[in-house]
Each structure stands twice: as C-alpha cells, then as structure tokens.
Design a protein around this ligand. Structure first.
Ligand SMILES: [Ca+2]
Length: 115
C-alpha cells in the first residue's frame, strides 16, 4: 500500500507491504509526521485488502476505511469518512489516518470503502 500527502497521489509519504499500528511513532514503515497526513491512498496488493484506521494500536479498533485488492485507490480522501462517522460532513478521513493493516478479503473486517 502507498500513502500520499496530497490528493491524486502527489507527494509520497510512504509505502508498506507490512502493517503499522502507529504512523506517528518512531518504528515501522510510517513514522513521526506521517500520522494524520494522508490525502490519497493506493493498494497495489493482489491478495489482501488494506484497512486504515483513525486511531492507533494493535486492538485495531475505532473508525476505519478500506481499500480493496488490485490497485484500488482513493484519489481524494476529502470525499471519505471513517465507517463509524455517519454525520453529513464528508471528508473526516482526510489527514486523519494513523495506522493500517492488511486483512483477508474473507474476514469481513471492512465496513466502509474509500472511493
Ligand atoms: Ca510506525
């Protein structure tokens, strides 16, 4: 998966074929200022979906949004909300992703898909 600071995959923040439970700590593929920065995301994986979270930690709880397999992408997260945000304001997923993991497509972990 790939994450970018701006819409339409401009200004690469980072990429990972693994998971990272905190994009703001000092370990893993995403660190420090990478948290709450992503405005577009891409999944080039063929086998697994990517679940992105508003929060951090290996409980993988709280709001999430997903990308499906085979080059699914969200070109502008200002159109997207986390799954537990059902108000009328769109765009809360923008500059708000703080962790990610890969999930099996059969796991039913994803309740909302980025567009
Ligand atoms: Ca990290």
């Amino acid at each position: 998966m790939y994450a970018y600071k701006h819409a339409y995959c401009e200004t690469h923040i980072g990429n990972s074929d693994s998971w990272d439970s905190d994009w703001g700590n000092s370990s893993g593929p995403f660190q420090g200022g990478d948290t709450n920065e992503a405005s577009s995301i891409l999944n080039k994986g063929n086998s697994y979906e990517v679940q992105f979270f508003n929060g951090t930690g290996q409980d993988w709880a709280g709001g999430h949004i997903c990308l499906s397999r085979d080059e699914a992408y969200a070109s502008d997260l200002s159109n997207d909300d986390f799954h537990n945000d059902n108000d009328d304001d769109r765009g809360e997923a923008n500059d708000a992703i703080s962790s990610h993991r890969w999930v099996n497509p059969d796991s039913n972990n994803c309740d909302r898909w980025a567009t």
